[in-house]
Ligand binder design. Structure first.
Ligand code: ATP
Ligand code: MG
Length: 335
């Protein structure tokens, strides 16, 4: 049986990644070169450094992805690359590389929305997923609650009114003196810790699917300052666990309200924060109780990777054919 091979390219932020996937869901290779060490000392991504690093990495990673998949470029039937949202200098490296490759080989090309990529990360290994569904996308730059009636059609029910969920994790990790990016550090240190601190009044942003994390963030920072002023030692695990619990309660309250209202049977989590163990566990418990099907990507597929970009590109190609080679980097691209 003939297989359809898609080459995916991702460079929207601080990970350079190239992947080869088969028939839209089977990963043949997914090489990710992280720039974490480069940006760690700055506590966040430095755009200029990120772009230079993508430029150095993209060629060798492309070769490695083909090699690990056991194919040559002649076996590839579609090239899919992220064209937004993200850092413009970073986006341009992967996108230009992909377009150049497509032009020189005549292989069809398609531009992919990075956030759609995060959603399609769920399809990798689970081609049985079918809309209608509700998806919660929680990443470093986005907090989107979506209803999908069919693939490719997104109704945004709610978004963050200030910080994204991942951004809040990163900021609190920084004030607690944990590493960057902060989500995984908070997740780890919170395991088994007391989580009883209430930082904000309940009932914030009720009657809307929108989210807000800046009030919580400020409350945690004020609590830390207050403890310091009193000369008390900080109980970092307790603060981290309580912060995480507060975030997860807000996310799941709105998610499960939407699941009930839209009466869907399928629920997806996506984006880097979908790696959070408390969020996964809480969603798992509640969906099991309601008899709904929950999907979340494998840990490595929650954060940026090219396999998810290839998956999203493949499904768009199947439904609407190749994209336009004139597509340009769009830092603020929306769903
Ligand atoms: N276990 C975890 N718990 C909570 N947050 C996590 C965990 N693992 C990763 N994150 C968070 O996920 C974010 C990175 O996710 P992702 O790579 O999807 O974001 P991004 O690509 O920077 O943003 P976007 O996709 O919106 O452009 C970081 O903020 C990181 O702290
Ligand atoms: Mg991302």
């Amino acid at each position: 049986m003939s297989r359809f091979l898609t080459l995916g390219i991702e460079s929207s932020c601080d990970d350079t990644s190239v992947a080869v996937i088969e028939d839209g869901y089977k990963i043949r290779s997914n090489i990710i070169s992280s720039q974490i060490d480069l940006h760690q000392k700055f506590g966040g991504v430095v755009p200029e450094l990120a772009a230079r690093s993508h430029l150095e990495a993209i060629g060798p990673i492309y070769q490695l992805a083909l090699k690990e998949a056991g194919v040559t470029i002649d076996d590839i039937q579609l090239i899919a690359a992220t064209y937004g949202p993200g850092l413009v200098g970073s986006l341009l490296i992967g996108l230009s590389f992909a377009k150049g490759l497509a032009l020189s080989t005549q292989i069809p090309f398609i531009g992919v929305n990075h956030i759609e990529g995060h959603i399609y990360a769920n399809v990798l290994g689970h081609p049985e997923i079918k809309p209608p569904l509700i998806c919660l996308t929680v990443s470093g730059g986005h907090t989107d609650l979506l209803w999908m009636g069919k693939w490719g059609s997104y109704q945004i029910l709610g978004q963050t009114t200030d910080d994204a969920a991942g951004e809040a994790f990163d900021k609190i990790a920084r004030v607690l003196g944990l590493g960057y990016p902060g989500g995984p550090y908070i997740d780890k240190i919170a395991k088994g810790a007391q989580d009883d601190l209430e930082f904000v009044k309940k009932g914030n942003l009720t009657n809307t699917y929108n989210f807000s994390f800046s009030g919580l963030k400020t409350a945690v920072i004020n609590y830390i300052q207050h403890q310091k002023q009193l000369g008390l030692e900080l109980n970092v695990p307790r603060i981290a666990a309580s912060f995480q619990r507060n975030v997860v309660i807000q996310l799941t309250a709105k998610l499960f309200h939407a699941i009930e209202k839209y009466d869907v049977n399928t629920v997806l989590l996506s984006g880097g924060v979908a790696a959070n163990s408390l969020l996964r566990e809480s969603c798992r418990n509640q969906t099991t109780r309601l008899g709904k099907q929950l999907f979340f990507p494998e840990l490595q597929l929650c954060t940026d990777n090219a396999a998810m970009i290839a998956a999203a590109g493949y499904y768009h190609y199947l439904h609407a054919g190749p994209g336009d080679l004139d597509v340009t980097a769009e830092p603020n691209l929306k769903l």
